[in-house]
Design a protein around this ligand. Structure first.
Ligand code: ADP
Ligand code: AMP
Length: 247
C-alpha cells in the first residue's frame, strides 16, 4: 500500500509533463512535428478541394502551382504571361520555370512545419528535383495521396467547376454550389469558368495527365508513401479517408 502511495504522484507527474519532455527532446534534435503531403490525381479529381481541407485541419499552407500561375496572370507579370501560353493549350508549364517557383515558395517561413502540395509535382523530373532539395536538408515527403477519379467523371467535374480568381476558392455548379449564384462565398468576387476548363482543353489536359503525371503514382509507390483514396464519393467522405491516413 505504501508503494502504491509513492507511485501515484509519480504517475501523475509523468502524465502531466510527458508532452513537455517529448517537445523538449524533439526540439533538441532539431526535429519539428511536420506534415509534408503531395496531392496526386487527374485535373479535376478534387486535389484542390481536399488540399484546402487538409491545410485547415493540420495548420499547414496549401500550395497550388496552378493558383500561383493564375495569380501571376491576373497581375500581368512576366511569369504569368509565359505560363499562360502553356496553360491555355492544356500543356504543362516547363519544368525549369515551375520548379523554381515551387522551391522559392517552400523555402518560406510558413512552410517550416510542412505543407500540402496541390498540382506539383506533375512530372518525374519535378519530383526528382523536389526529392533532392528535401534530402539536402535531411527532409522528405511524408505522404503522396492519389485522389482516384476515372476520366468520365472528370469531364463533368471540369465543365461544372467555377473558380474565384481572387482567393482561389472552387465550387461546382451542381455538387458544391456557392450560396449566391456566380459569387464567391469567401470573398464576394465573381466566379468564372477557367479558360482551361473549356471542353476542348480538358481533353488535352487529360492526355497530358496520363502521359506525364500518372507515372508519379509508381514513383511514390516505389518509395512506400503512396496512398490512394476513392475520389468519386462525396467530398466529406474523401476527406474522412484522407484523415484516416494522415492521422
Ligand atoms: P483539382 O484541384 O484536382 O483540379 P478541384 O478540387 O478543383 O480539382 O475539383 C474539381 C471540381 O470538382 C470542382 O468544381 C469541385 O468543386 C468539384 N469536386 C471536388 N470534389 C468533389 C467530390 N468529391 N464530388 C463532386 N464534386 C467534387
Ligand atoms: P491546376 O490549377 O493545378 O489544374 O493547374 C492549371 C495549369 O497550370 C496546368 O494545366 C498547367 O498548365 C499549369 N501547371 C500547374 N502546376 C504545374 C506543374 N507542377 N507543372 C507544370 N505545369 C503546371
Amino acid at each position: 500500500e505504501v508503494q502504491g502511495k509513492r507511485l501515484l504522484p509519480l504517475c501523475l507527474y509523468i502524465a502531466v509533463f510527458k508532452n513537455t519532455f517529448l517537445d523538449f527532446f524533439t526540439m533538441q534534435k532539431g526535429m519539428v512535428n511536420s506534415m509534408k503531403v503531395i496531392m496526386l490525381g487527374a485535373p479535376g479529381a478534387g486535389k484542390g478541394t481536399q488540399a484546402k481541407m487538409i491545410a485547415e485541419k493540420y495548420g499547414v499552407p496549401h500550395i497550388s502551382t496552378g493558383d500561383i500561375f493564375r495569380a501571376n496572370i491576373k497581375e500581368g507579370t512576366e511569369l504569368g504571361m509565359e505560363a499562360k501560353k502553356y496553360m491555355d493549350q492544356g500543356q504543362l508549364v516547363p519544368d525549369e520555370l515551375t520548379v523554381r517557383i515551387l522551391l522559392d515558395r517552400v523555402a518560406k517561413d510558413d512552410c517550416k512545419n510542412g505543407y500540402v502540395l496541390d498540382g506539383f509535382p506533375r512530372t518525374i523530373p519535378q519530383a526528382e528535383v523536389l526529392d533532392k532539395a528535401l534530402s539536402e536538408i535531411n527532409d522528405k515527403i511524408d505522404y503522396a495521396i492519389n485522389v482516384d477519379v476515372p476520366d468520365e467523371n472528370i469531364i463533368n467535374r471540369m465543365g461544372g467547376r467555377r473558380a474565384c480568381l481572387s482567393c482561389g476558392a472552387t465550387y461546382h455548379m451542381v455538387h458544391i454550389p456557392p450560396k449566391k449564384e456566380g459569387i464567391c462565398d469567401v470573398c464576394g468576387q465573381p466566379l468564372v469558368l477557367r479558360d482551361d476548363d473549356k471542353p476542348e482543353t480538358v481533353k488535352n489536359r487529360l492526355d497530358v495527365y496520363h502521359k506525364q503525371t500518372q507515372p508519379l503514382i509508381d514513383f511514390y509507390n516505389a518509395k512506400g508513401i503512396l496512398k490512394s483514396v476513392d475520389g468519386t464519393v462525396d467530398m466529406k467522405d474523401v476527406f474522412a479517408a484522407i484523415v484516416a491516413i494522415l492521422g
